[in-house]
Each structure stands twice: as structure tokens, then as C-alpha cells.
Write a new protein. Sequence first.
Length: 376
Amino acid sequence: MYEMFLLKAQPIRHSIRGERDTFVGAIQFGELAARYQIPHRVHVTDEGYQRKPSASRVNKLARDLHAKRVDLPTAVLLSVRNTELYPRLDSTGRYILSLPADGSRPFFVVDGQHRLEALRKVMEEDSDAGWADFKIPAVIIFGADRGVEMDQFHVVNSNAKSISTDLALDLLKTRATKDDAFRKYLDSVGEGWKVVSQGLTERVSRQGLWKGRIRFPNEPKGATVINSNSFVTSLRRALEQENFATYLPDQRADIIDAYWQGIQEALPECFDNPADYNIQKTVGVYVLHYLLPTVLEYAVKFGNPVFEADTYYRLFSQTLWDLSGDNQLDGEAVGEDFWRVGPEGASGTFSSGAGQRVLREKIRRELQENLQEQLA
């Protein structure tokens, strides 16, 4: 017999099925593990309502729990359909739920299956680490049926909103800055570049052409043309290339600033009215940042100063002037017009991941040909 001490909460209401009593408490996971079941959806038999758990999510959370990198502060949502199981009120005014050790599984998991399955995994893999005694908070609905559970599952999952990527990156960098162990963990799993890139994006946003044009979490759109998540992600390849990564953080920001000033000198109209052109939006930023290490390599090879805009203008201008593509008006868009937003421009047709790969290869090839002509 296992006893849970509970607090009575606000009942849940349903327009058809009426009210169901709800309690809040904590339960040792070893006791819960032997008593819960997950009502997975089986379409053929019209049973259940839960999606199957993601093995990758379970495994990642299990690893983080085992390494003590995360806690589980939020409650799981459980349902007890068995009407014979109900908390009793003792003489001191406490609610007590007595759970018999008869092998039954009275708890149906409405929300929290990934947390429970991750806990089960670490408990089974490390039985001596005390995971069976881990107390997990729980909200429990009594007297519900599958219909009530489905309603609550839908409410929880349709109203829950995952954290935006730009905010996640912002918080990731803040955590890593204050927690060296967390920073080392990110490096060990290949995500340290996100912290570096977030910091670099913040530096770039404070100077030159990008000042006021990168939108960070919860900021109004205003005159911005790209969100910080896209800018951060676009720098990944550059940060993975030794010829860029070896520079100090402030130097990297200065190189990016000079790089874009050189592009502006070649295509000034695109920067006078940035909202009307794609060059400072996702497609342009992803493609041009991908090519940054290549252009930087040529700058060093020709002995040009990497912190000066004129270097990138001289290397890149002919390629950018000649860049062309078919627009949606059965015409050709060249140079500045290539980047124009709408049917007059051609860059919009390269906005997909596959399209970006085609465009960056097109620019890289033309850049190489132009530089070879200059050397001839």
C-alpha cells in the first residue's frame, strides 16, 4: 500500500460530462512507474488519443537527467478512471490517496509521457542512483473517462506554444555565459557554435549596416528586415571554417561589417530601401554568409586587408553586378534587380533550402571565374 497526500484543486468542467474533481500532489516515481499507462492512439480500433513518444526526446532527457543538467519542476497530468479510487479526508483535514499494490495501473497519462519515460529509462539503467525515490509533481483528475482525458489533452497541447527559436538562442547564450559547465556541455554535443553566433550577431547588430535591422526576441518589427534566429543560423558555416573562426570575436564582427559594406558599395539601392530587396533578408543573408569564408580566403590570398570594405567590393562587385536570373514577368533581373522583392526580382525563387544551395553555387562559380579573369 502506498499513500499520497493531496491538495484539492479547482475541478475541471466539461459542458457535456460535467465537473471532475482534481487534486495536486507528489509521488515517488518508483511507485508511479508501476501504476501508469499511456493511452496511445490506435486508429483501427479507435482507442487512445496520445501520440507515440519520440525516442530521441526521451533519450536526450534521460541523458540530461542522468548528468543532473535538468530538473523536472512541472507537473504531469494524470487521470484515474476507477471510481473506487478516490482520496479520503482524514481527521487532520488532509486528503490521502491509498494505492494498493495489486499490479493494477490506475493512472492514465494525459500529459507528460516524455518525462515519465525518460525517468523510467534512467531508473532502469541506474537502479542504485535513487531514481525510484524521485518525487514528481502531479495533477490528478478523478472519475474521468477517455472523453474527458481527450479534451484535456487537446486543451494542453493545442494551447501550449513552444519557445521561439530566437528566444531559445538568446537564453542559451545567457545560460552558457553564466554557467561554464553548461557551456562545456554544449561544446561536447556540437552546439557551442550557437552561443558564439548569438554573441556575434549581437555585436554586428550594434554597428554599421545591421544596426536596427536585426529583430531580437519580443522586439517590434519596425525597420528590421531579419530575425536574430536566421542571422545566427546563417553564420554557422563561417564559424566552422578556420580562416574565419580564428579571429577574435570583435574582429569577426568587424570582418562581417566590412564584408557587407563592400556589398553595399556594389549594390547601394538594395540598402537604401532594404525592405524592398531580399539581400538583407533570409535568402540573401544565408547565401552571402555561406560564401564569406570563400571570399575571405581570396582576400588573404591576394594580400588584401580583411577589415576594409574596399577589399570585398573589389573582389565581389563584378560577380554581384552580373548576377542574373529569370523573374516572374518573363524577363531577366540583373544586379540590384536580382534581389528585388516581388515578381520583378529573381532572388525569391531561391528561398528554399535547395534554392539557396543552387544560388550560392552559382555565385561561387561566377566569383571564381571573375577572379581568374583578373589574374590572367
